[in-house]
Structures are given as C-alpha cells and as structure tokens.
Design a protein around this ligand. Structure first.
Ligand code: 2YC
Ligand code: MG
Length: 262
C-alpha cells in the first residue's frame, strides 16, 4: 500500500470542496449525504482521540492534523494526543475519547470504545468509493467495472454485489481475480472485451490503468488510488467525471461506519 506523503495532504480542504461539488453533481449527494445514506446514521458529537504512531516509517507530517480537520468537518469532536504510541493511547482513553483513530504502515483503524465497532481504512475506503461510482445518475445500466481486487478493491466489489450491481472486474493478479470470481461471483473483464462502462471504481497503486476501450463518453471514475488510474488525456477526451482525493472520503466512511448502531 502506498504510504501518504505530507505533500499529498496539502490543501486537503480544497480537495474536499472540489470532490464534494463533483459528487453532488454526478450523484445528487455530497460526501456527507453519501455517508448518511450508506450507513444510515449521523454524528452525535462523539469525541475522536487521534494518536500519532511512530512504528515503521514513523509519523507522517500533516497526517494526524488532517484527521482532526476531517473529524471536525463532519461534526465530531476531536483531539490529537500529546504523546504517540501506547502513552498516546492511555492519554486518549483517559481524556474521554469515544473513538480511537491510529495508523501504522499496514493498518489504519478507527475503534469505537462505546459500541466496540472497529473498522480499517482500506475497507471503509473501498466501500465508499465503490458506492459513489454506483450512484452515477447518468449511468446507462447497472453494469459497473472494478479495476483492482486487492484489499480496497475487493471490499468495494463486495459492496457493489450486495447492492445488486452487475460487477465486472479485472486484476493482473490471477489469485485476486479467482478469489473474487469464486467468492463474489463477479464477471472477469479483460481489456480486449468490447464492453464499455459508464461507472468505474479503480483501486490500484498504479497509474494509467484505465484505457479508452473501457469507458463510455462522460462516464464517472471513482478512485482513492494514488497515482491516478485515469490518464489525464483520456479524462479530457471522454469528458470523464473523476472523484479522487487522498484521505477525506475514506476517513469520513470510517467514522460513520463505527457510529452505526445497527
Ligand atoms: O503519522 C502517523 O501516525 C503514521 N504512523 C501514519 C501512517 C499511515 C500509513 N498509511 C497511509 O499512508 C495510507 C492510509 C492513510 C491509506 C492509504 N495509505
Ligand atoms: Mg491507481
């Protein structure tokens, strides 16, 4: 999984506004609206304790401050602990945190201490980006393409199958593809199939995974992936709407998913 850089997290609020506007135009809902529709819940000023973690590649500049900005933007209370790691965990619980957020290089998690719900970023990110793609108002059918069946892609594909979409998917890793075929009954898609899609959910760590032959004019591409899977020239030529940003949408999905009281 590509680790974020401090630069990725610069002007996050602008990236949020841009994607909010695109989401509203192509789905009729902004990110807050999509979270409420997806999880059937609203923040009730739960308090989020955000803990810097020094393990592995260590603290990433702008990471915990970005989490605080996101939590407060969606109506949660929040604080970043003074100390990192275990000391930080003790501090967060002692300061009355309802939800703990912390990430090492492998797992980024949110844990609600009140209802014991726990979620990982890769599942929450996969589900919401797939959900955004599936809400395209101009979609020509319920056929949707998933590119990448790793942790994020698989979670999104599973969500789309559960929502009743006709999920086509591709991944260069044959095991990942076979797993999704066996467990989710998705339809394998390879680029020389003549089929074109109006909804695409891309979840790979690679650039330029989307080619002209895959997409319809004015389609919607929804992707958390850094670098971007949509080549800019293809995006322009086919007037593609692109929902893509590095952290906000996935974190919002994490927070709403752990305050669900179902
Ligand atoms: O600053 C800190 O506390 C660091 N330990 C945070 C490490 C986050 C590593 N994960 C990532 O860079 C991201 C995830 C946010 C989603 C995908 N990659
Ligand atoms: Mg990508």
């Amino acid at each position: 999984m590509a680790l974020l850089t401090p630069e990725d997290l610069e002007n996050l609020s602008m990236q949020l506004e841009e994607n909010d506007e695109i989401a509203r135009r192509v789905t009729g809902l902004d990110i807050r609206g999509i979270c409420e529709a997806l999880y059937g819940t609203k923040p009730g000023s739960e308090k989020v304790g955000i803990i810097p973690i020094t393990a592995g590649n260590g603290v990433i500049g702008n990471f915990t401050s970005s989490l605080l900005f996101i939590a407060q933007y969606f109506g949660f209370e929040g604080f970043i602990t003074e100390h990192p790691d275990v000391t930080g965990y003790y501090e967060a619980v002692s300061q009355g945190a309802d939800i703990i957020m912390m990430a090492d290089d492998h797992i980024f998690t949110a844990h609600n201490l009140r209802n014991e719900k726990i979620v990982s970023n890769h599942v929450a990110t996969g589900v919401i980006y797939a959900d955004i793609a599936s809400r395209f108002r101009e979609a020509s059918s319920k056929d949707i393409l998933v590119i990448g069946l790793g942790r994020v892609g698989y979670a999104g594909a599973c969500h789309l199958v559960n929502k009743g979409f006709n999920v086509y998917a591709c991944d260069p890793n044959k095991e990942f593809l076979q797993k999704a075929v066996d467990e989710l009954n998705i339809k394998p898609y390879c680029s020389d199939d003549r089929k074109k899609f109006s909804m695409v959910f891309e979840a790979t760590p690679n650039a330029d995974t989307i080619s002209e032959g895959m997409i319809e004019e004015r389609c919607l591409v929804s992707t958390p992936g850094i670098p971007c899977g949509l080549p800019p020239e293809v995006g322009k030529k086919y007037r593609v709407d692109l929902v893509m940003e590095p952290l906000v949408i996935g974190v919002a999905s994490m927070l709403y998913s752990v305050i669900q009281n179902q």
